[in-house]
Design a protein around this ligand. Structure first.
Ligand code: NDP
Length: 247
C-alpha cells in the first residue's frame, strides 16, 4: 500500500475495538503515526499497538474515559508531547442506549450525550488550537444522524444529529484556517455495538439497499479518503457508508 499519510499524526477516539480499531489500522497502513484512546478495553488497545509496531508503524494508546469529557484536552497535550503535532482527528468513540421517551432513564440520556456529544466538543475544541493548515477532522456520525428510522432511538438519534450539526458548523469555523471537517455516517456495521445476528439484525439488513451489514474496514476506507490527499476540496460534507440505508 502507498503511504499517502506519511508524516501525519492522527488521533482516533475509541480505537480499541470495532470501527475505531479498523480506522487505526487503516491510517497506520497508509503511513500515519496513530494515537488512539480507549475506555475499558486496555488489553485490546495494547494488542493493537503491538500489531501496528510489528508492521513497522508507530502507535500509542491513551486511557481516556469519554464520559469525563472535560478531561479530554489532556489527551491532546499528551499527543503533542509524544508525537510533536496533530494533523488528523477522528471522533469515533460512541455508545448506543435505547428506550422510548417517557421510559428512558435520565442517567442513560446523560451518558449518551456525554460520550457522543460532549466528548466530541471538548476534544475538538482543544485539538483545533494546535492543528495547522491541512488539518482534518472526521466525525463518525450515523445514518440515525439524518433521520429517525424506528422507535426507541431518540437519544442516540439526537446525539448523532448534534454530531452532524457540529460537522457543518465547524467546516465554516475552520475553513479560513485550511482545516477540513467532514462526517462519515455508517449504516449497520458488524461490531459489538451492532452484531449481525438475531431479529434486530434482520431489520437492519432489510433497511439497506444492499441487504447486508457493512464491515468495519469499509468505514475505515472512507475515513482514510477524507483524511488523505484526494479530499482537499471537501469540507462540511457527510459521506454515508450505509449500503443505501439513507438513499
Ligand atoms: P463498539 O461498541 O464496537 O466500539 C466502541 C468504541 O468506543 C470502543 O473502542 C470503546 O472503547 C469506545 N468507547 C465507548 N465508550 C467509551 C468511553 N466512555 N470512553 C472511551 N472510549 C469509549 O462500537 P462501534 O465500533 O460500532 O461504533 C463506533 C462509532 O460508530 C460510534 O460512534 C457509533 O455510534 C458509530 N456507529 C456505529 C454503527 C454500527 O452499526 N456499528 C452504525 C452507525 C454509527 P472501550 O471498549 O475501550 O471502552
Amino acid at each position: 500500500m502507498s503511504k499517502p499519510l506519511a508524516q501525519k499524526v492522527a488521533l482516533v477516539t475509541g480505537g480499541s475495538r470495532g470501527i475505531g480499531a479498523a480506522i487505526v489500522r487503516r491510517l497506520a497502513a497508509e503511513g500515519a503515526q496513530v494515537a488512539f484512546t480507549y475506555g475499558r478495553s486496555r488489553k485490546q488497545a495494547d494488542a493493537l499497538v503491538r500489531e501496528i509496531r510489528r508492521h513497522g508503524g508507530r502507535a500509542r494508546a491513551y486511557a481516556a474515559d469519554a464520559a469525563q469529557p472535560k478531561l479530554l484536552p489532556r489527551v491532546v497535550k499528551r499527543v503533542l508531547k509524544d508525537f510533536g503535532g496533530l494533523d488528523i482527528l477522528v471522533n469515533n468513540a460512541g455508545v448506543f442506549l435505547g428506550g422510548k421517551i417517557g421510559e428512558i432513564k435520565a442517567a442513560d440520556y446523560e451518558q449518551v450525550m456525554r460520550i457522543n456529544v460532549d466528548a466530541v466538543f471538548h476534544l475538538t475544541n482543544a485539538a483545533v488550537r494546535v492543528m495547522g493548515p491541512g488539518g482534518r477532522i472526521i466525525n463518525i456520525g450515523s445514518v440515525l444522524g439524518e433521520r429517525a428510522t424506528g422507535p426507541d432511538m431518540s437519544v442516540y438519534n439526537a446525539s448523532k444529529f448534534a454530531v452532524a450539526g457540529f460537522t457543518r458548523s465547524w467546516a465554516k469555523d475552520l475553513g479560513g484556517r485550511g482545516i477540513l471537517v467532514n462526517a462519515v455516517q455508517p449504516g449497520p456495521i458488524h461490531t459489538e455495538m451492532n452484531p449481525e445476528t438475531g431479529a434486530h439484525a434482520d431489520f437492519m439488513r432489510s433497511m439497506t439497499a444492499l441487504g447486508r451489514y457493512g464491515r468495519t474496514e469499509e468505514v475505515a476506507g472512507a475515513v482514510a479518503f477524507l483524511a488523505g490527499p484526494d479530499a482537499t476540496y471537501i469540507t462540511g460534507a457527510t459521506l454515508n457508508v450505509d449500503g443505501g440505508w439513507n438513499a
